[in-house]
Design a protein around this ligand. Structure first.
Ligand SMILES: CC(C)(COP(=O)(O)OP(=O)(O)OC[C@H]1O[C@@H](n2cnc3c(N)ncnc32)[C@H](O)[C@@H]1OP(=O)(O)O)[C@@H](O)C(=O)NCCC(=O)NCCS
Length: 199
């Protein structure tokens, strides 16, 4: 499905979703306790029918842009990333990412997918702010966002109940000016310049 490539990086490309992306593979991911360890998702069993409804909802509304993350070398579908509940007046959106393929963890795939979709949000959707909520104990995710310039807005105490206890959620955001400043340090900056700059 290379023909559906939408944004390209070095290790990953992001492509349009297809119905099968919200199929068996995704069912496996959302029921994998390691994958959902720090998320709200996973508290209830995920089903195919529920995921198919989710896919349809993303396809038919303008408020969410969700893309499949693929390994650029093998074309393997490894996860999803998106900007959700896009608010056209205040021009902000929520960032979320899930790399379900654990074999791909810790090798820069998540960081690169984050850079590409965030740049898309500012440069194409004309957002002023991209925000997110991260479990305070999800060190890898938290480091990735901090390293890309996201700032903490506050802590939502005991916001998430998972596996018998509460977790704090850290709300973070990146403003447009901060994005432009941090972009200079991003590994994907040349890919972003090539695809998301005025010609
Ligand atoms: C969180 C997630 C997106 C990170 O993606 P990834 O490809 O595994 O991580 P990356 O290799 O891109 O590393 C991200 C950062 O974490 C750092 N890191 C990697 N492993 C780490 C670890 N075990 N502990 C702390 N930091 C770590 C890296 O150095 C990197 O920082 P840098 O890019 O500034 O150098 C991915 O693991 C995932 O989807 N997990 C399951 C769902 C989830 O937790 N989603 C996030 C919800 S907020």
């Amino acid at each position: 499905m290379e023909e559906l490539k939408y944004l390209e990086g070095n290790r990953v490309y992001l492509r349009s979703l297809t119905e099968s992306d919200y199929g068996e593979k995704m069912v496996k991911w959302v029921n994998d306790k390691e994958v959902t360890r720090y998320l709200a998702r996973g508290s209830r069993p995920g089903s195919l029918i529920e995921l198919q409804a989710e896919y349809k909802s993303y396809s038919f509304n303008q408020a969410d842009v969700v893309l499949a993350i693929c390994d650029a070398k093998t074309n393997e579908y490894i996860g999803v990333v998106g900007l959700y509940t896009i608010n056209p007046m205040a021009r902000h959106a929520e960032f979320r990412i899930l790399i379900g393929s654990k074999a791909h963890w810790g090798q820069g795939y998540g960081a690169e997918a984050t850079e590409l979709i965030v740049a898309y949000g500012f440069r194409i959707l004309n957002l002023e702010k991209v925000w997110l909520g991260v479990n305070s104990e999800n060190q890898k995710a938290h480091k990735s966002y901090t390293d890309r310039g996201f700032k903490t807005e506050g802590t939502l105490r005991n916001e998430l109940f998972r596996n018998g206890r509460y977790f704090d959620i850290v709300r973070m955001s990146l403003l447009r000016a901060e994005f432009e400043e941090n972009l200079l340090k991003w590994k994907s900056k040349d890919y972003i310049a090539k695809q998301l700059s005025a010609l």
